[in-house]
Design a protein around this ligand. Sequence first.
Ligand SMILES: *[C@@H]1O[C@H](CO)[C@@H](O)[C@H](O)[C@H]1NC(C)=O
Ligand SMILES: *[C@@H]1O[C@H](CO)[C@@H](O)[C@H](O)[C@H]1NC(C)=O
Ligand SMILES: *[C@@H]1O[C@H](CO)[C@@H](O)[C@H](O)[C@H]1NC(C)=O
Ligand SMILES: *[C@@H]1O[C@H](CO)[C@@H](O)[C@H](O)[C@H]1NC(C)=O
Length: 435
Amino acid sequence: MRISLPLLLSFLFLSLVVQGLDPKCDTPDQGSTLKVLHVYSPCSPFRPPKPLSWEESVLQMLAEDQARLQFLSSLVAKKSIVPIASGRQITQSPTYIVRTQIGTPPQTMLMAMDTSNDAAWVPCAGCLGCSSAVFTSAKSTTFKNLGCQDPQCKQVPNPTCGGSACAFNLTYGSSSIAANLSQDTFTLAADAVPGYTFGCILKATGNSLPPQGLLGLGRGPLSLLSQTQNLYQSTFSYCLPNFRSLNFSGSLRLGPIGQPKNIKYTPLLKNPRRSSLYYVNMVAIRVGRKIVDIPPSALAFNPTTGAGTIIDSGTVFTRLVLPAYTAVRDEFRRRIARTSGNAAVSSLGGFDTCYSVPIVAPTIGFMFPGMNVTLPQDNLLIHSTAGSITCLAMAAAPDNVNSVLNVIANMQQQNHRFLFDVPNSRLGVARERCT
Ligand SMILES: *[C@@H]1O[C@H](CO)[C@@H](O)[C@H](O)[C@H]1NC(C)=O
Ligand SMILES: *[C@@H]1O[C@H](CO)[C@@H](O)[C@H](O)[C@H]1NC(C)=O
Ligand SMILES: *[C@@H]1O[C@H](CO)[C@@H](O)[C@H](O)[C@H]1NC(C)=O
Ligand SMILES: *[C@@H]1O[C@H](CO)[C@@H](O)[C@H](O)[C@H]1NC(C)=O
C-alpha cells in the first residue's frame, strides 16, 4: 500500500493533536545507538505545520538539494560560491536528525546529522537570527568557552580572537554563522563525551541552517570521529528510514560494536584538499542488467578538481554529472518504453522522467570495486497517489554550478545500512529494513 505524503502528514498531525507526542519519541536511546528521524517524522518538531501537497513537497526537497549541491561544490572547489537566487524559502538543508544532550544537567537538542561536514554547532541563548530552541550555556556547569591559545582554535576556519575568546565565522548553504568555540559534555545515547568542542552560535543569517544545530560526521578535524577516537574508533553506521514509513525508526550506531559482519565493502578514497568528504570509486552504473555507456571521466576520482563520487546524508535525490545521468536516464526510459507500452514521458520540476501510467521500473545498480549496490523501486521512484505520477528520483547535477561531483543521496540510501569504517578506509553497504 502506498501512502501519499500529504495524507500521511495530515494523519500524523491529527494523531499528534489527539494523542500528544508519539510515546516512541520519548524512549531514551540505548547503548551507542541513536534513533534517526526524518525531519518530517511525527516526532520531529520541524515537520511542516500545514501538510504540503505531493508536488510541493517534492519541489521543496529538490530546491533544498539545489542549495546543498552548491554548498558541496563549494567545498570541493574550496571557494565560496554566491548562493543561488531563489524565490523559494530554502529551509532545513539536511534531512535527518538525531537527539543529543548537551551540558550538565543535559539539554536536549535535535541536531541534523551531516556526513559532509566536520564540526558541530548549536544555536546558543542570545543568538541573533536563530530560529528554534537554543542551548543555554549559563545553565550548564560544565560549559566553557575556548581561548585563542587553545589548540582547537587552530582547527576552525578563520578564527578571530577578540579579547581572548576564540570565535569563528562560517558559511553553510546560503547561511552564515558567527560562533564562539566552546566545550561541554555531549551525551550521545548512553555515552557521555566530556569536553566536546563545538561552535556556540551567536549570530545567524540566511535560512539553510538546521534549527537545532549540526552534528558533523565527516572525518576532518573537530568532527565527531576525531573527538571520540578512543570511544568509537572512527567507526559508525546508519540506516535511514523512508519518510513515507510510519515507523521512522532509523538508527545511527556509533563505534565498532554491533556493526554488521556480513557486509560488502568498497574502499573509501581520500581527497587531501577536502578531507571531510567520503569519496568512493563508482566505476559503472547498471540499469537492469545492462551496464550503461558512461565516459570514464564522468566517474573518475580527481583530488585536484574534486571530481568523483561522494556519499552524502544531507542531499535527498542522487545527482549525476550530465553525461552519466543522460546515459542512465535514456536506458531507463528505453526499458520503460519496452515494458510499459511506450508510456509518455513528462517532467515535474527538476525531474525529467515522469510517467502518469503505472510502470514497471528496472533496478539501477551502482558498481564499485568489491561491491555492487542494486537499488529496488523503493529507492528509485517517487509516487503521488492523487495524480498517479511516478518519477525517477534522480537528476543531473545542476548546470549553474561547476559540476564535477556525483552525489549518492539519502533517498537512494534508505533501507540500507551504510557502515563507515575509517580506520580500514572502507565503506560497507547492506540491505536492511529500517522503516
Ligand atoms: C562569546 O565570547 C564572548 C567573548 O569572550 C563573550 O563575551 C560571550 O559571552 C560569549 N558568548 C557565549 C554565549 O558564551
Ligand atoms: C564575523 O561575523 C560577525 C557577526 O556577523 C562580524 O561582526 C565579524 O566582523 C565577522 N568576522 C569576520 C572575520 O568576518
Ligand atoms: C512498523 O509498523 C507496522 C504497522 O504499525 C508494524 O506492523 C511493524 O511491526 C513495525 N515495524 C517495526 C520495525 O517496528
Ligand atoms: C558486480 O557486478 C559485476 C557485473 O555483473 C560482476 O562482474 C561483479 O563480480 C560484481 N561484483 C561483486 C563484488 O559482486
